[in-house]
Design a protein around this ligand. Structure first.
Ligand SMILES: C[S@@+](CC[C@H](N)C(=O)[O-])C[C@H]1O[C@@H](n2cnc3c(N)ncnc32)[C@H](O)[C@@H]1O
Length: 190
């Protein structure tokens, strides 16, 4: 029997990690936050892998560094206290997976949140950094003002992305209350 549950977008993301990441992959975490996504990815890509991480909060970078150091035989990593809209300054070779977990850190200042203007600059740059077959996963939180704007702006942006090069899908729980997170999955065709 299928062992995956799909109760929320995070479970879809976990399933994506397991089905697409391979040992040795190079990946970008565009919003490291508390390092939870990066930690899961690091365990799969292992010591031959590499993580490029970005966040604009020092606390997020420090927390993530501490988590990654706990992993025995974990990947190499470079963490940048810098907005993901500058990704091309630090990542010059192609990667197989890019994760954006948008919004704010639940435990920190909620006004420090991702914003669609810079998110879309970063997404455009990330499209160019993706290997053939590679994936960008974008979790969006429409339950707060910036998140709702971000969702609408990303959906408008996605519609114009060239179908010959990319598949873009959208996961939304139609019957869940209170405006839960939604997921956009972008795959560069092989
Ligand atoms: C929902 S949290 C990320 C959660 C994280 N993936 C985890 O597993 O814990 C969103 C993060 O985006 C960061 N952020 C906001 N604007 C950013 C930007 N322009 N570039 C990179 N990170 C940004 C925030 O500081 C916050 O830590």
């Amino acid at each position: 029997m299928n062992s995956y549950s799909y109760d929320n977008v995070h479970q879809y993301i976990d399933a994506l990690f397991l089905s697409t990441l391979r040992p040795g992959d190079k990946i970008i975490d565009a919003t490291v936050g508390n390092g939870n996504d990066t930690y899961k990815i690091a365990k799969i890509i292992g010591k031959e892998g590499h993580i490029f991480g970005f966040d604009i909060q020092e606390k997020a970078i420090d927390t993530t560094r501490k988590k990654l150091k706990l992993i025995e035989n974990g990947p190499t990593f470079s963490l940048h206290l810098c907005g993901h809209e500058n990704v091309e300054k630090y990542v010059t070779s192609k990667v197989s997976f890019i994760i954006f977990n948008l919004g704010y850190l639940p435990s920190a200042d909620k006004t420090v949140t991702t914003k669609s203007e810079t998110t879309i600059v970063a997404l455009n740059k990330c499209l160019k950094l993706l290997k053939n077959g590679g994936i960008i996963s974008v979790a969006i939180y429409p339950g707060h003002y910036e998140g709702e704007k971000e969702l609408n702006d990303i959906l408008s942006w996605a519609i114009d992305i060239e179908q010959k090069e990319f598949n873009i899908s959208h996961i939304k729980f139609l019957n869940h209350k209170n405006n839960p997170p939604q997921l956009i999955i972008i795959q560069k065709k092989r």
